[in-house]
Design a protein around this ligand. Structure first.
Ligand SMILES: *[C@@H]1O[C@H](CO)[C@@H](O)[C@H](O)[C@H]1NC(C)=O
Ligand SMILES: *[C@@H]1O[C@H](CO)[C@@H](O)[C@H](O)[C@H]1NC(C)=O
Ligand SMILES: *[C@@H]1O[C@H](CO)[C@@H](O)[C@H](O)[C@H]1NC(C)=O
Length: 442
């Protein structure tokens, strides 16, 4: 743990639990945060979290409701959140609650839609902070003035209303000295005319940091197999430039948001696709050589068959056709998501995250992410490994960003990814080594 608040130690911790952590006077605090999901808690019990490697952990999710004065937290989540906060504080780690998410963003627009609603919503969030002893709130609105799951209420005024809301939240007693962060798109908040905002600088005064969710950039909705979480894309052919960590940082800083308040969202999971061997080994087969699987380079951006979505790891399931969260008929099927730990369990990767013999592997030097191919099941997977996480860590350091946020804590295997990104960042060994010349209030 390299970030420490003397205040939180004195006010939150019983004296006996204070560890001998050096106080790094004048050094900035890197953000090394992750989301802890209630639905995967059984796979990562609180006591198994590597507490000394995180600056904060955010519980996912509380959800918006039609009533701006009510933020919904299931009973089981409430109990787990209490335990998370307790244990985090015992380890000098900040505990946040994430509000929203893909299915929980339905009513943000109305919650911030009028002065009265903003006051109610601010009080609801501050009430949760007080009730659970939180260090802050992480707002995961997917997305202001842009549809997410399909039935979110949206308004052209979402982005200005969001700013007004955050200003009010900060002005309300208790709102000033908690962490307020958001997880958002790689493009700046959508402006009233539907395009990315050209000036998001006022948001820097109200957010401690903004997490750029540089994942799901390519997925099974895309026209070809592409990188889930590209670090770069300017080196790709024009049709493959769908966004990246680098493009996201460029877009946000061009719109006036300071790099030192940007946090890179990173993924401990990947997407799987059904790809025929012909398409997978396209480059090699055109050379007319039969090559054993695992030695043949696999092709970039191959076509895939969306109708044959592979089942992902053991956390995935084939959902029956039914009604989706918006009440619309849905065809069901699998998500195809493989968490990094699932790739190890499945035998695709060894315990260090290296592709096993017989598994096709390609490290895409443009996106700086790996792909693997299982010829037996015609499954190609875009994911992240230690090499790609180390590259992202170096990028964060070189770009002067504030740190990283990993979705999700339980997806890693034995901290292979976490250790790699912290090594890339150059944090971890020296608890007083910071990232940026900025010390923000805790
Ligand atoms: C304010 O909240 C109410 C629900 O309590 C909602 O019906 C109304 O549309 C909201 N106002 C705006 C302007 O979004
Ligand atoms: C944080 O806010 C609370 C409530 O307004 C106040 O009692 C406390 O002193 C504040 N702490 C700091 C460090 O400003
Ligand atoms: C994983 O890495 C460790 C440390 O470098 C090494 O000792 C071990 O043999 C590796 N395991 C595998 C399966 O490659």
């Amino acid at each position: 743990m390299w970030t420490i608040s003397a205040l939180s130690l004195l006010t939150v911790l019983p004296i006996a639990s204070i560890r001998a952590v050096p106080v790094c006077s004048g050094t900035p605090e890197a953000v090394a945060t992750t989301w802890y999901t209630g639905w995967h808690a059984q796979h990562l019990p609180l006591e198994d979290i590597s507490w000394d490697k995180w600056s904060s952990i955010s519980y996912a999710f509380a959800e918006t409701t039609p009533d701006p004065s009510v933020v919904a937290l299931q009973d089981s989540d409430a109990a787990l959140l209490r335990s998370l906060v307790d244990m985090a504080h015992q380890h000098n780690v900040h505990a946040l609650l994430t509000v929203g998410g893909w299915t929980g963003s339905r009513y943000f627009s109305t919650a911030v839609g009028s002065p009265e609603n903003r006051t109610m919503f601010a009080n609801a969030l501050l009430g949760l902070v007080q009730q659970y002893g939180l260090d802050g709130i992480d707002i995961d609105w997917e997305y202001p003035n842009k549809e997410g799951m399909g039935c979110n209420l949206i308004s052209e005024q979402d982005t200005p209303n969001f700013l007004s809301f955050l200003q009010e939240l900060r002005a309300t007693p208790g709102g000033q000295n908690m962490t307020v962060s958001t997880a958002t798109s790689i493009l700046p908040f959508t402006s009233p005319d539907g395009t990315p905002s050209t000036d998001v600088s006022p948001f820097a005064a109200v957010f401690d940091y903004v997490t750029l969710m540089d994942y799901d950039v390519w997925g099974t909705w895309s026209p070809a197999v592409g990188p889930n979480a590209p670090l770069e894309d300017s080196c790709a052919a024009p049709q493959y430039q769908q966004g990246s960590a680098a493009s996201a940082v460029a877009a946000w800083t061009k719109a006036g948001f300071p790099a030192e308040k940007l946090v890179l969202g990173v993924a401990s999971y990947g997407h799987s696709y059904h790809v025929t061997a012909d398409a997978a080994y396209n480059g090699a087969s055109s050379a007319g050589e039969a090559q054993p699987a695992g030695t043949t380079p696999i092709a970039p951006y191959p076509a895939f068959d969306a109708a044959q979505q592979p089942l992902g790891d053991s956390w995935d399931a084939i959902e029956p056709a039914g009604i989706d969260a918006c009440g619309n008929p849905s065809g069901g099927g699998a998500s195809g998501i493989f968490n990094f730990r699932g790739l190890v369990e499945k035998g695709y990767l060894d315990v260090n995250g290296t592709a096993m013999p017989g598994v096709g592997y390609r490290y895409d030097t443009c996106s700086q992410t790996p792909f693997l191919y299982d010829p037996k099941t015609s499954t190609m997977i875009s994911y992240d490994d230690a090499e790609s996480f180390a590259a992202k860590g170096r990028f964060i350091q070189q770009s002067g960003l504030r740190g990283f946020a990993m979705w999700e804590a339980a997806g890693d295997f034995e901290d292979v990814l976490l250790d790699a990104i912290e090594d890339g960042l150059g944090i971890g060994e020296d608890p007083c080594q910071g990232l940026t010349p900025l010390g923000l209030p805790l």
